[in-house]
Ligand binder design. Sequence first.
Ligand code: ADP
Ligand code: MG
Length: 389
Amino acid sequence: MTRNFRQELLTASGGFHEKYKTKEVIGRGLSSVVQRCIHRTTGKEYAVKVIELADDSMTDAQLDEVRRSTLNEVEILQTVSGHRSIITLIDFFSSATVAFLVFDLMKQGELFDYLTKKVTLKERETRVMMQELLQAVEYLHSRHVVHRDVKAENILLDDGLHIRLSDFGFSCLLRPGQRLRELCGTPSYLAPELLKCSMDETHPGYGMEVDMWACGVVMYTVVSGFPPFWHRKQLTMMHNIMEGKYQMNSSEWQDRSHTIKDLIFRMLTVDPSLRITAEQALSHPFFYSHKLEEQPFTSLQKFRVVVWVIVLCARLWANQRHRRPVSQNDLIQDAYRMRLGRRLIDGHAFRLYSHWVKRGLVQNRAALFQNTPRALAEEVHLNHDSSLH
Ligand code: ADP
Ligand code: MG
């Protein structure tokens, strides 16, 4: 920890603007605005988190709380910065009214936004991402730091899509054997023991294990494209969390390996004393068994692939030469056999029913296309209009 930084933070210069030039806003949190900024002498880009420490609308107690938590965030960041999967605090400045925390810039933003674009990650991509996240959590826990807000919005991606865990606003140092009772974090990521503890005064409290539960929620979400415990009624969601009630039988899970499900299951274990630790998770077969399956090709296998490609190209070429135009007879006999026919038929079926035919019983995303009476009425109206013109 740097010399006397506690004092520096409270009394320090507001020299941020002398050293950095601020640019556009790249993110917002509950208590902060994050902007891109440029170091005036080197021209290097960074991200600055600007936290207001004084606000007319805040009570004295709230102001004290913001100051205390900012101080805590900086203290923890200084303890853990340097790990390659944890955000690095480059610089910080503070005046009586505002604090500036300068970080390395994560150009690809939040994992949350990346997921919105990609919906789900492939098994290989999940493996790399989860390994980096678990390494970060293992490092924190080995230094007695519990993060308490691991979630897709606080996992940031750099240019090469490597992750760094950020936002240490809720994190704290935990002495061996010490338990916590405070209710904090993000609802759909809260661990069962954290919820139980907030409802029962006799509960012994919670510890580091809450981060592993949140890692389980992140992993479930990146694999399936939807969170394990989300429910529009918060009470039902809390109940499902405390009971560990989630499903893995929708179509999104059908072609997922046993090892990926097993690791998620071990992280989403309700009893914290039985839940897998970060260190144990990193030795789980999910991170190793694929290496046995991914044997390099032998020369014979390579030769076979080359022959197979040549034969296929020759056949395609021959087919192309003898292709005849589609006749009316072909269309009448079996239109669905031809690609063009299939596209026409499927397109019309979609327009008529307003959704693709469901494959499984609980296919979540199909709900986006559900055939509600309103959608059907609009469809009929549309068809009516177009037939008039
Ligand atoms: P809060 O504690 O208020 O939630 P965060 O530290 O989570 O603040 O930052 C808010 C948002 O700003 C993040 O979710 C992310 O989108 C963006 N952000 C934060 N740090 C960086 C960074 N180093 N690089 C790029 N974007 C960042
Ligand atoms: Mg945040």
